[in-house]
Design a protein around this ligand. Sequence first.
Ligand code: ADP
Length: 571
Amino acid sequence: MKSALKYLKPYGGSAIWGMLFKFAETVLELFLPLTMAYMVESASKGAEFSQVLRLSGVMLVIIALCIVLSVSGQFFAAKASTFFGRDLRTALFSKINSLSFKETDSFGTPSLVNRLTNDTSQIQSAVFMVIRIGLRAPFVAIGALVMAFALDSFVALVFLAVIPFVAIAITIILKRTVPIYGSVQKKLDDITAVTRENVSGARVIRAYSRQEHENVRTAVAAESYKKESLRVNRIAALLNPISSLIIQLGIVGILIVGGYRAQADMLEPAILTAFITYILQILLAVNMVATVIVILIRAVASAKRIEEVLNAKGVASDGYAVTGGDGLDRSAPAAEFKDVYFGYSCANVLKDVSFAVNRGEKLGIIGGTGSGKTTLINLIPAFYGARSGEVRVFGRDVKDIDPRYLRSLVTAVSQKAVLISGTVRENVAFGRQISDEEATRALYAAQAEFVFESQEGLDKHIERDGSNISGGQKQRISIARALAGNPEILILDDSSSALDYATDAALYAALRTEYPELTVITVSQRVYAVRRADTILVMHNGKIEAAGAHSELYAASPLYEEICRSQGVDL
Ligand code: ADP
């Protein structure tokens, strides 16, 4: 809870004010039963009506003050908790952005979404409740007890006897519910995961008429969440009735003991009414505490989940040997792998991979699905770190290069083009300072001249996810986005798959003439996409089976020859 609560510090003042106002309200409230008892006693002893009226006036003033204090307390509590929630979410969001790919994989996107939304809300409401009730409830209980002792210590002992029972009930319920709340949040992650898949894959689901199957999957996740929530709520819901029962029994005890003492003339009957009011205040306080405890239990489970992310190592933001161009040797290979092994879990996905590609060279990587092509290229911008061996960019181990700088050097374009709603200009610039000339040059090189066929040109509007342009057009805009940043290494991961052969060839030719110094690594399953590369790596089961130019490989590698034949490509 500590690392999460650190974000409450700047709003400590508001939190304290909130508590103090609620505390003052509580103190005033404690005088109400006393005034009432006094009023009843004076009336029964035949006091003047004007005195009763005066006492009523005092009570009204107390009530009015209580209202003012209560509203002020709510205001400060809301202020502190809302600002705290905002800061916690912002900090969590920026931490998520700095997580390594490995860490993101291990948390899972749905869980990160829930931690950022649901879990932060749980803590925010807990802070709100604690400010409002945290000081007030125990004070009501203690204050009422003190008042009770002041009135009649004998009857007050019954009060005291009730407290351990309530404490035991709270402890038992706490112990049983805390672990379950953690698993409730996990079930919520499962629902988010299914929902995400359903929303993002809605078209595929409809195309294969899988709605029924998906409905069942969602229902199973929802049912499992419902069961776990019911299990925990059934236990937590016992807290209120049990504590009420104990306190009601306390009232019975007070009436019996107080009745005896009143009969023996040792206690004013009017005092007994004050006692009942005090114990009812305690009952209210205990119920409030019970509610806060349930919220706190959930918040503790949520805080643990948030802290797992906040305390994750992430990608270091400083301490790198190379933070700019000076530390790199441009005459060394642009990218080089030396005996690299890598795996996501235990098994190695890449095995003993070694190759080098020089500045300006065009490298092709071909291989079947799952052969490790994407995994290999993900090591160049250091999205993942090699298990053993070295991945070098311009002579330096990528571990030594500041990731921000490294990723400005190495840009990867994936098969799935991600476009935002906005103009072509905004999509190409993507938040960077890119001049119109640079954007235009990149768009032409990426064979996206269709943009200039319409009147608007760079101002052409793109819908969200690029739904108003074709798959091939989307890919060309995302290639232009990569080129516009002037990277030194461009990785095209199947990113020209939606282009026809002629456009693909024109793209390659434009990259050679327009960006001669740019190192291009093209990953594909199609021979056509890589055959023009200076060198082609043939991957199979995470290993480089053969390397060479198209014509050499055709003769030297049976695997490459087989791939070519299966795709109807010859020399
Ligand atoms: P390719 O790009 O050649 O199709 P990949 O590099 O994507 O192959 O995948 C190689 C292997 O690594 C596959 O067996 C795949 O299941 C596994 N893999 C890929 N990405 C991950 C990941 N994020 N977590 C775990 N395993 C992965």
